[in-house]
Design a protein around this ligand. Sequence first.
Ligand SMILES: CNc1ncnc2c1ncn2[C@@H]1O[C@H](COP(=O)(O)OP(=O)(O)OP(=O)(O)O)[C@@H](O)[C@H]1O
Length: 168
Amino acid sequence: MADIDWSRWTPVDRATLVFVLSGDDILLIEKKRGLGGGKVNGPGGKVDPGESVEQCAIRECKEELGIDVSELEQLGEHRFQFVDGYSIHCWVFRTSKWGGEPVETDEAVPLWRRTDAIPYERMWEDDHIWLPLILEGKAFTADWIFEDDTMLDHRLTLLAQAPGAPTE
Ligand SMILES: CNc1ncnc2c1ncn2[C@@H]1O[C@H](COP(=O)(O)OP(=O)(O)OP(=O)(O)O)[C@@H](O)[C@H]1O
């Protein structure tokens, strides 16, 4: 963390991640392409110009899985810095309200898993550190440094309430 001034940090991209919870189950995706292609993650993607993070979360769930999510709870905030210069500010939501049946699309394959059997070995290296907090409904902000797929450093802070909307 030493050589990054997080107070002046501005991301190249903003993005979202959404976790749909249903009883003991969580809805994940096998991402087919783009950043993290081949990995398991939640549905999500880059925020379009003029769009709020919540609007992005709803749109990405529709595009990637064909479902309509609502009552999104914004719980987490990630600042991912890659050593090649790329960076992404990611907003994490959870919900137990959705409509429709998840279907495979050009971007993703739906994957229901029990929350006690999340396939962390197929996910980004950071996920096992913070996804348990999302399951518990705990709010957090976290900073991460990655070199390609390898996590070099991180700092995670639990919050008393959800992180606010992006300011940049
Ligand atoms: C480094 N450690 C990481 N750990 C967990 N999740 C990570 C992540 N790094 C990126 N992510 C997520 O991966 C998605 C990529 O999004 P993104 O680049 O938009 O890909 P996508 O192919 O959908 O692009 P388009 O929006 O279609 O352009 C997006 O949800 C983003 O938050």
